[in-house]
Design a protein around this ligand. Structure first.
Ligand SMILES: *Cc1c(COP(=O)(O)O)cnc(C)c1O
Length: 367
């Protein structure tokens, strides 16, 4: 019995009838870019998220980029981002003509905190982009308060956190704008690239809708320079079907996490994920800290068990950001996590038997 890190085929098979019907409807319409299918998805997601505005776009990366473009900040203004995240969080900042300033994360939750953000603050800081890493919200109330005191924009990177909540509210509704990704491996994944921005700000929503179609409301009349970042109707059709199943899948991810927590409890050499009080984690990844991480992964691999390392290299040590002047030792928690973290299979179709096999393999390794 092998255990893949992720299996999208089984999920497709479980909803094949509905998905194929939705795809056929779009093909029949021959309306592929934006249009009624995308508008329907935007409306359904606005309701699901509790967001005033939702703007579909071409990817999660663009869902970060567009609000940063809309800011209209002076070139090279600073945006504080965690170093322990997927590259796009910082890449979008750079591509908007701004400069990422890297901050560290909490060693327990892997998320930025008010304190780690404050430690990175500069005179040129115009925005902060907290990431809800692996599906758990960063502590948004204190982060929002800090940003409000200093007049900075808050962009939530909610790419991994659709449906995640705290007592404060849901992912993507706790800052000035939220970025979601529909990359196939995300909890709500399309059959290709896709993304969405949420915001409660009417004027910002208006600017975002313009920016995704080359900066004009009317064809061939451009008020600002935007880009091509549209969501296509085939993706929207798939996502509308999957959205109906999302809460069920999330519940199973959470059940899987609960089972791992129990089965891995007391294994010396690892630390299971820590959920901050009041948080509803949606487990896009179930990520543990492990001693001898690479040897553990080899052991799992030899038993046919998949695992992943998110992320092996801190962003502040990436070659492309060498010009920013960071070095080893600058963000010690991030640097330690990159050497210790490993993500285990957590997808909804995993099942109890395969999950127990993963736990057993980990217990054996450390025994
Ligand atoms: C996936 C992801 C993105 C980018 O989304 P794409 O749709 O792949 O462009 C951004 N930030 C984080 C944290 C992600 O996990």
């Amino acid at each position: 019995m092998t255990v893949p890190l992720l299996d999208l085929t089984t999920q497709y098979e479980s909803i094949r009838g509905e998905v194929d019907e939705a795809l056929a409807r779009v093909v029949q319409s021959q309306h592929f870019i934006l249009g009624p299918e995308v508008e329907a998805l935007e409306a359904e997601l606005a309701t699901y998220l509790g967001a005033r505005h939702t703007i579909g776009c071409a990817s999660g990366t663009d869902a970060l980029l567009l609000p940063l473009m809309a800011l209209g900040a002076a070139p090279k203004s600073h945006v504080i981002v965690p170093s322990f995240t997927f590259f796009a969080t910082a890449g979008a900042v750079w591509n908007a003509g701004l400069e990422p300033v890297f901050c560290d994360v909490d060693p327990e939750t892997f998320n930025v905190t008010e304190a780690t953000i404050e430690a990175a603050w500069t005179e040129r800081t115009v925005a902060v982009a907290p990431v809800h890493l692996f599906g758990q919200l960063a502590p948004m109330a204190p982060i929002r308060a800090l940003a409000a005191r200093r007049g900075a924009f808050v962009l939530e990177d909610a790419a991994q956190a659709i449906g995640a909540r705290s007592a404060d509210g849901g992912a993507g509704t706790l800052g000035d704008a939220g970025a979601f990704s529909f990359f196939p491996t995300k909890n709500l994944g399309g059959f290709g690239d896709g993304g969405l921005v949420s915001t409660g700000d009417d004027a910002l929503a208006d600017r975002l809708r313009k920016l995704r179609v080359h900066g004009g409301r009317q064809m061939y009349h451009h008020e600002v320079v935007g880009t091509n970042s549209r969501l296509d109707a085939l993706q929207a059709a798939v996502l509308r079907v999957k959205l109906r199943h999302l809460d069920g899948w999330t519940a199973t991810r959470r059940l899987n996490a609960h089972r791992y927590d129990e089965q891995l409890q007391g294994v010396s050499g690892i630390r299971v994920p820590v959920v901050a009080p009041g948080n509803r984690h949606v487990y896009n990844q179930y990520t543990i800290r492990a001693e001898k991480r690479d040897a553990l992964r080899e052991h799992l691999g030899s038993l046919g068990i998949g695992s992943g390392v998110y992320y092996p290299v801190p962003l502040h040590e990436q070659e492309c950001f060498r010009c920013l002047g960071y070095g080893p030792g600058d963000l010690p928690v991030t640097e330690a996590l990159c050497k210790e973290v490993v993500s285990l299979p957590i997808f909804p179709e995993l099942g109890e038997e395969r999950l127990s096999r993963v736990s057993e393999a980990i217990r054996t390794f450390y025994a």
